[in-house]
Design a binder for this molecule. Structure first.
Ligand code: ZN
Length: 265
């Protein structure tokens, strides 16, 4: 497997579909389609074609000696001014795996999937294609969504060959695959690995995010004549609440000494 090829592909993709501000491959738009066509061209070089599922995810499959399948996933879509590695690294690694095992013979079947609209940058709903494949997408949630120009999401999907009413067929298609493993080599979107001086890590868990709106109501009072303990200060109440929230300090790694070997082979 050639890391050099992966980097070269990533740079080529960035040059074709980015600006100095970053990647511009917003899902369901022309630059994203261009990126997908480019990726299709790379697969064609080794005689592979992609086929879309009902949710617009693009699948390229290399049959191996066994039907047992390793799925390698990523996404070509980006947020506006996105990073050059987010989603694309995963796919270029998948492409390189296909190249490598195309030349020899893979003991297992390899399926590389380009998930459609992981970022949700245009309609505010992320993980669109992958949640359809996973079966958790609530299709009705998409019907009312529009972009900033007022284009309905259902119409933008239709323009890209996706019928909202049929999207969950992608789940049945995924179920038909004898999937044994799912791999995704994603750029870390945080500072932890760098702080730990590690080139890579394996995901062993994830976080759920909850958002709550809290309103602190106080009472205005004259400065000087109303002592602090007798005030009802909304800002102080909010600050005390924030400081009182539990925080897991033990989970924040300490930086290793700069002398330790980096990127050791
Ligand atoms: Zn990503």
């Amino acid at each position: 497997m050639s890391a050099r090829d992966v980097i070269a592909d990533l740079k080529e993709l960035a040059a074709r579909t980015g600006t100095p501000d970053g990647a511009q491959r917003v899902a369901w738009g022309p630059v994203w389609r261009e990126a997908r066509a480019w990726f299709g061209g790379k697969l064609a070089e080794i005689g592979l074609t992609q086929s879309p599922d009902a949710a617009g995810n693009n699948w390229a499959v290399l049959r191996g000696e066994s039907e047992r399948t390793v799925i390698i996933g990523g996404h070509l879509d980006s947020v506006p001014n996105g990073g050059w590695l987010d989603g694309a690294l995963d796919l270029m690694v998948g492409l390189e795996a296909l190249r490598r095992f195309h030349a020899t013979r893979s003991p297992v079947t390899i399926a590389v999937v380009d998930w459609a609209d992981e970022e949700g940058a245009r309609f505010g709903r992320s993980l669109v294609g992958s949640s359809a494949a996973g079966g958790s997408l609530v299709v009705d949630d998409l019907r009312g969504l529009t972009d900033k120009q007022g284009v309905r999401m259902a119409d933008a999907l239709k323009e890209n060959g996706v019928n909202v009413d049929r999207m969950l067929d992608a789940h049945a298609a995924l179920k038909r695959i004898d999937a044994r493993a799912y791999l995704e080599l994603h750029i870390e979107q945080g500072p932890v690995l760098e702080a730990m001086d590690k080139p890579t890590g394996v995901v062993i868990g994830t976080f759920g995010v909850e958002r709550h709106m809290m309103r602190f109501t106080g009472q205005a009072a004259h400065s000087g004549s109303t002592p602090i303990p007798m005030r009802r200060d909304a800002f102080l109440a909010a600050a005390q609440t924030a400081l009182g929230l539990p925080r897991d300090r033990a989970a924040i790694p300490r930086r290793r000494p700069a002398s330790s070997a980096r990127w050791a082979r």
